[in-house]
Design a protein. Structure first.
Length: 493
């Protein structure tokens, strides 16, 4: 009996192998787009995001292969070739749809384009499965070898960066040694409030023509702020800009060196200096949303966006998953995987909690430095000018940016009023309102100068603001403050 079972198993295994090993080409071919996009974004995305998408793709590819295997009556090479052809069309539908839409070639509708695309995919898969055995085998080998090589190239780019990311996450930043005189109780509290992609007044006036902008400017001036209208970042890369300003130097580099910026932001010179003066540091960090691989900022108190706070709607795909799936046939179902509240609850709660907490910090000893980086009015554009929810299909539509800009001014008003109401009149705070860059719209006649025009407004008690330039370099933000309030002599750019 045992010998019979062993014989059956010995006969079964080769047949199973002949059915399974051709699947290798389909896996390599079908999974390559995921590896490719992950390699391009590896410094920004967590490995868990890759694993989630790979699992979904793996299940899909196996199902497609089994269907092709059934239709080809167990001929595994033909089934693998047919499945690869179908995956080619599966992975490119979203690209085609957006291309037609952007170029306005014809009226693009999922209910007409998708069935046609599926028909072409199935027909070409069927034609491929009719190839002569020798030609089919050569095609299978070519696909397997080419995409195995491409997968290796991607992994060579991914693995070292993953190791570096893991080391960076484990790195513990030591508190800075005291290198300056310890500050006294009269050192002012400093609020550095950063609003991502908030276009400056000049570009708003020239291009967006948002009528509420003048009222917002008037509000700030009446509160005692000095407005710097013609200030520009030297590019539109968030990490590059923030690493430069928090280290008061114009860094040389580009947006492909994110891990360098991670360290410079997490352990920056501004906070190290203020700690050396006896400041308590508080950070409200939402930049970990688009850059989840970034290590925690070295602060005494750290408040971060809670990505797990999504129980009221769930989150099928994160941003990396959406990037991949939006290229596929599943793009036609985007209204379901980009749910009405996609990214809403954690983001909303972070905004509301920051507004409330920033103006209520009596329990934190002064002097204190508060750094808040909120991802508004950066997309997704969740609210209109009146604070009403925007439908998810318009989250990335630039036409909704002006409304979200106005909504963001309401958030800024609340924060400013809360801070000033909570302030000590005998020792008023310093408040800096800034953005990293303006709206990164790429549409004529919108210019690079308008893309880099930033919000820059300062509340500087006792400071002669007439000495400030209307085109002040934002890298000078903290040197100007430290030189005036602490008698330092930091270099201005």
């Amino acid at each position: 009996m045992t010998a019979t079972k062993t014989g059956r198993l010995a006969a079964f295994l080769p047949r199973l192998f002949r059915l399974v090993y051709p699947l290798v080409s389909v896996l390599l071919f079908g999974l390559y787009p995921v590896l490719y996009f992950y390699q391009r974004n590896v410094q920004l995305v967590l490995f868990s995001s890759l694993a989630r998408v790979l699992l979904i793709y793996l299940l899909l590819i196996i199902v497609v292969y089994l269907v092709c295997l059934l239709l080809n009556r167990g001929n595994s090479i033909r089934a693998a070739n047919a499945a690869a052809v179908f995956m080619l069309f599966f992975n490119t539908y979203g690209i085609l749809f957006r291309f037609i839409l952007e170029k306005d070639l014809l009226t693009a509708r999922h209910y007409t384009l998708l069935p046609l695309w599926i028909f072409i995919a199935v027909y070409l898969a069927w034609l491929t499965s009719r190839l002569r055995p020798a030609l089919a085998l050569n095609l299978w080998r070519a696909v397997a070898l080419i995409f195995a090589a491409l997968a290796v190239v991607s992994l060579v780019g991914i693995v070292p960066t993953e190791i570096n990311k893991a080391q960076l996450q484990r790195k513990q930043y030591a508190d800075a040694a005291v290198t300056a005189p310890v500050g006294g109780t009269q050192d002012p509290d400093i609020y550095y409030l950063l609003f991502d992609e908030f276009t400056g007044f000049k570009a708003v006036r020239e291009y967006w023509k948002i009528p509420e902008a003048d009222a917002f400017k008037t509000f700030l001036e009446e509160k005692g702020f000095y407005i710097i209208e013609d200030s520009h970042g030297f590019n539109t890369v968030t990490l590059h800009q923030m690493a430069s300003r928090l280290n008061h130097t114009e860094l040389v580099g580009d947006d492909k060196e994110e891990t360098q910026y991670y360290e410079l932001i997490a352990d920056n010179q501004v906070m190290s200096y203020l700690k050396s003066r006896g400041y308590t540091t508080v950070v409200f960090d939402e930049v970990s949303w688009p850059y989840p691989a970034m290590p925690a900022i070295n602060a005494d108190y750290l408040y971060e966006l809670d990505l797990n706070d999504n129980s009221d709607f769930g989150m099928i795909f994160d941003d990396f998953g959406v990037l991949i799936i939006d290229n596929t046939m599943l793009f036609s179902l985007s209204q379901y995987y980009q749910l009405e509240g996609f990214g809403y609850r954690p983001h909303r709660n972070m905004i509301l909690s920051t507004v409330e907490r920033v103006g209520n910090m009596d329990d934190i000893p002064s002097p204190k430095f508060i750094y808040s980086h909120l991802m508004i009015p950066h997309r997704p554009y969740l609210f209109d000018a009146e604070g009403n929810p925007v439908d998810s299909e318009y989250y990335r539509n630039w036409e909704y940016y002006p409304g979200y800009w106005v909504y963001s001014t309401g958030i800024i008003r609340q924060m400013v009023e809360n801070i000033l109401a909570d302030a000590d009149p005998a020792n008023p705070p310093v408040i800096i309102l800034q953005s990293d860059h303006g709206a990164r719209l790429h549409r004529d006649p919108y210019t690079e100068e308008q893309r880099t025009n930033i919000l820059f407004a300062v509340y500087l008690p006792g400071y002669d603001t007439t000495s400030l330039l209307q085109n002040e370099n934002p890298v000078n933000t903290f040197p100007l403050i430290f030189n005036h309030y602490f008698g330092e002599d930091f270099l201005l750019r």
